[in-house]
Design a protein around this ligand. Structure first.
Ligand code: CA2
Length: 157
């Protein structure tokens, strides 16, 4: 049994299409492949993983709020809502668990509208451009942040 709550890995709109369309940008891994990789990373770091995907902004808000109660940390790929959603920013600010932002691609190197991230303003850090490996890196970072907070509880993130 783990000494720490699970990491919640949250995925935003259209990520359910991974591996099926646009492989030149997002690669050939499916979301199920990424979920399996996340469970492997969780096992390596001694934490459980709760893995979710939704196409709906409000559902992502609900999932962030749930993670605030049930997770030690959040790893989130908000997909297109990264660049548009003050609701996600507010939700992440409203929970007392660290969040790591993950992107498969490197949004800053793509179209200009992908450069800004509202979510980054509430994240402890961001990992972009490493494909599915970014999720494993994000889980490692999230666990380290959560363990540091467990050992030295501080206000804020
Ligand atoms: O690089 C990432 O992980 C993104 O979060 C992916 C989002 C994009 O809007 C962000 O700017 C960067 C898009 C996810 C949609 O994924 C698809 C996968 C296959 C086919 C169509 C969309």
């Amino acid at each position: 049994m783990s000494d720490i709550k699970p990491v919640h890995v949250l995925n935003g709109p259209n990520l359910n299409l991974l591996g099926v369309r646009e492989p030149e940008i997002y690669g050939r891994a499916t979301l199920a492949d990424i979920e399996a990789l996340c469970h492997e990373a969780g096992a390596r770091h001694g934490v459980g993983i709760v893995f979710e995907q939704t196409n709906h902004e409000g559902v992502l808000v609900d999932l962030i709020q749930r993670a605030g109660q049930e997770a030690c940390a959040i790893v989130i790929n908000p997909a297109a809502y990264t660049h548009t959603s003050i609701a996600l920013l507010d939700a992440l600010k409203g929970v007392d668990v660290p969040a790591v932002e993950v992107h498969l691609s490197q949004p800053a190197a793509r179209e200009p509208f992908r450069a800004p991230s509202y979510v980054a303003r509430a994240a402890s850090g961001s990992i972009s451009g490493f494909g599915p490996m970014g999720y494993a890196l994000g889980i490692e970072a999230a666990v380290q942040l959560a363990r540091a907070r467990q050992n030295h509880p501080v206000k804020g993130k």
